[in-house]
Write a protein that binds this ligand. Structure first.
Ligand code: SF4
Ligand code: SF4
Length: 218
């Protein structure tokens, strides 16, 4: 009889205690700085995207935002374990061979030595040029090997965290076309890493193997 009288009071006190605990947790979280954004009215700032690994993108030259640093070495395509990079490379045109004059009519003043550049040679020294850089993002595992292997730091992970599409084809990305588009129309949320002024990148440090004692080996 006595126990049944106090039972509802104990239950009410337990409920009140649990209410106070819940309100304390809610109040503490309410006072913390906001960590989410009201997308699409707000987008995540660049500071919060440090270290974020979006799909890979091409890095432009410092003085030309439309041209990638890429030297068409194909190492990224070869190393990709998911086989999702496809490059098209244009080889430099071979300078047309001038008609050889007959030996007895050679004019020694106009003969060009083999080592000397002629007018029809390309100014960039006849380097290979990448004309298409396709990424199948549906296959990419974001392992970062292509970024690591690039000898001229022409690849990096983008800050494009808003990528969405209704079909698989929407994730077949033309990275060269994207680079050409960027200075005019950066996608929402793409800051300097994605679409603004190209950042200055520190030169890549040479890889040094460390020996067992922690000293630097060869
Ligand atoms: S991040 Fe990895 S999987 Fe993705 S394209 Fe580069 S090498 Fe391939
Ligand atoms: S590894 Fe770098 S330089 Fe070589 S093809 Fe790929 S992006 Fe271009």
């Amino acid at each position: 009889m006595r126990a049944s009288l106090f039972e509802p009071i104990v239950e009410a006190l337990q409920g009140l205690k649990s209410l106070v605990v819940g309100l304390r947790i809610t109040g503490r979280e309410f006072a913390k700085p906001q960590r989410t954004v009201h997308y699409p009215r707000q987008v995540v700032g660049d500071a919060a995207l440090q270290g974020y690994r979006g799909h890979i993108e091409l890095v432009p030259l410092e003085d030309d935002a439309q041209t990638p640093r890429c030297i068409a070495c194909m190492q990224c395509e070869r190393i990709c374990p998911s086989n999702c990079i496809r490059l098209k490379v244009e080889k430099p045109a071979k300078p047309a061979k001038a008609a050889q004059p007959a030996e007895d009519t050679v004019d020694t003043d106009t003969v060009t030595p083999k080592t000397k550049r002629t007018a029809d040679m390309p100014k960039d020294g006849g380097r290979k040029k990448v004309t298409a850089f396709h990424l199948d993002y549906t296959l990419c595992s974001l392992c970062g090997l292509c970024v690591q292997v690039c000898p001229v730091v022409s690849l990096r992970h983008s800050a494009n965290l808003y990528l969405a599409g209704p079909t698989r084809e929407a994730f077949h990305l033309d990275l060269l076309a994207r680079l050409h588009r960027q200075p005019e129309a950066p996608a929402p949320g793409e800051g300097p890493r994605g679409g603004g002024k190209p950042e200055k990148l520190a030169p890549r440090k040479p890889f040094v193997k460390k020996d067992a004692e922690g000293g630097e080996g060869v």
